[in-house]
Design a protein around this ligand. Structure first.
Ligand SMILES: [Zn+2]
Length: 257
């Protein structure tokens, strides 16, 4: 019997994240939203009051101060973006924040150390085609983005992100499918049989620009019909779940963290 768990990540803190939260509430699904304080690329970011409202329904994680691509700045600035992004978000919310997401999925080993030193409990990447929680809790991977990627983009991603043996089954399950939306359903079917985690991620701005609200709503409704309430997690819940599982399977897992 399948024991697949489902989690959704929503990045960038756009005010339309609240519309995603409404859809999630209707389907009784959980999600994690990663918020910068500002977005240096100019996209709007929700107000402090909106972030507090969202935090009543979902996990909120940090996405730096300014949606900063950490590999493009020096270490002092990277540290400021990571540490002040956390403290400012915590001030806005009035409670501690455990999760972090690397903007653009860009990071190097030193940024992982900074995220740990800043006091985060885990961090998420945008690495895709995983069917589990990956190697360690500061590089949590995903399964797929809710976005109409062309097939050659997926092939390039597959090649550039390594971990081929681990990611091959999911890649193989979807790559023959032409239609991007069908690929997501196909991956779900595959992971329901062979995976532990389906981790979808998206940007509200993409959903709005491409008018994919109906498609997102329908897919999340499909998920809710297939995944029972106890296996609908946010990323913080996934990490807590994973620690328990990994401690059983790999008692020496602390070494790789
Ligand atoms: Zn982002």
């Amino acid at each position: 019997m399948s024991s697949l768990v489902f989690t959704l990540s929503v990045d960038d803190g756009h005010p339309l994240d609240l519309r995603i939260a409404e859809i999630l509430a209707r389907h009784r699904l959980r999600a994690s939203f990663y918020l910068p304080i500002r977005n240096a690329e100019g996209a709007p970011v929700m107000t402090a009051a909106q972030a507090r409202e969202l935090s009543r329904y979902a996990e909120i994680g940090s996405h730096t101060l300014d949606h900063c691509y950490l590999t493009r700045v020096d270490d002092n600035e990277a540290w400021r973006q990571i540490s002040e992004g956390k403290t400012e978000l915590e001030q806005r919310l009035g409670h501690a924040v455990s999760g972090f997401c690397y903007p653009g999925g860009q990071f190097q080993a030193r940024h992982v150390h900074m995220v740990r030193r800043a006091g985060f409990g885990y961090a998420r990447t945008i690495n895709n085609l995983y069917s589990d929680t990956g190697e360690q809790r500061f590089t949590l991977p995903t399964s797929l983005q809710f976005y109409p990627h062309k097939r050659d983009v997926l092939i390039r991603n597959f090649i550039s992100q390594g971990a081929y043996k681990r990611r091959w089954p999911a890649f193989q399950a979807i790559i023959a499918e032409d239609n991007w939306l069908m690929r997501i359903y196909r991956l779900f079917d595959h992971l329901e049989q062979h995976g532990q985690v389906f981790h979808l991620w998206c940007h509200a701005l993409d959903i709005e620009r491409l008018q994919l609200w109906k498609e997102l709503d329908y897919f999340l409704g499909f998920v809710a019909r297939r995944i029972p309430p106890g296996r609908r997690l946010d990323n913080g819940g996934l990490i807590r779940d994973r620690r328990r599982d990994v401690a059983l399977v790999f008692p020496d897992h602390q070494k790789v963290v």
